[in-house]
Ligand binder design. Sequence first.
Ligand code: NAI
Ligand code: 15L
Length: 269
Amino acid sequence: MPLQIHDKLLLTGAAGALGKALRTRLKANCKVLRLSDLNDVGAAEDGEEVMQADLGDAQAVDRAVAGVSAIVHLGGYSVEGPFAPILQANIVGAYNLYEAARKHGVRRVVFASSNHVTGFYRQCDTITADHPPRPDGLYGISKAFGEDLSRFYFDRYGIETACVRIGSSFPEPKDRRMLATWLSYDDLHRLISACLDTPVLGHSIIFGVSDNAVTWWDNSRAKHVGYRPQDSSDVFRDAVYARTSAPDLSDPAAIYQGGAFVKAGPFEQ
Ligand code: NAI
Ligand code: 15L
């Protein structure tokens, strides 16, 4: 059960895969859930508001942010790709969101960062939030920008942010890499709830991962958030091994934590 019930919570990226997974779950955290996306999120249900907004449009983002007490920011370009849409959605979009948060006095943001901020660490490395970013592409660089931007808005304006470096959040792990990176939808919600609830969040970087036996990420620097994963990829391990072949250890996708993202692109504009 969430400890704090927000009057109004904004969920960006509400039409996306994780947005849909969180739409019902986040209702427990607020009286009104405001759903926003570039794409159609469908009609507002009980306890919901819908506000379509392009993150690249500062005025639209300002309207979406006005009147909320906290933001779960999932909206954005979510894979490696050409620079122009990444720039608009993830870099200009993050700036527009934080400027609107500053103007409207929003005090807390949960930002969907990504494991691709550190995708060029090796799968034999264990890293903490103190390790320097090693982004594996333009997408990872845009998320690193969002992390730095949110740190600036904390240092300068006191807006608290949890940068959740989500691993792979899907119904099930799809391959052997995801046995290390998997985050169940329920654990994603537990983690976001913990970030919304913890009394002092500050500016925190947290790896978004379930309680998997194989892991590359050490969350010991984020104990103040109180996140306790309850799911594990381990229950899928035998099935994943049975349907996939052993990795080619000369393939960068098998060497680095970012998997196939490390060799994606370059893309035509
Ligand atoms: P998704 O691609 O399914 O959803 C992203 C949503 O953002 C879409 O509904 C899209 O319409 C919206 N969006 C894109 N550009 C926009 C713009 N300019 N203005 C307004 N809305 C825009 O991605 P998913 O999987 O739901 O991920 C959600 C967030 O979590 C993303 O920020 C992604 O980068 C991040 N993430 C997700 C991971 C995962 O395993 N699903 C892993 C790491 C990070
Ligand atoms: C991400 O950042 C992507 O948004 C998601 O689609 C997955 O590919 C995930 O990383 C991953 O690394 O598995």
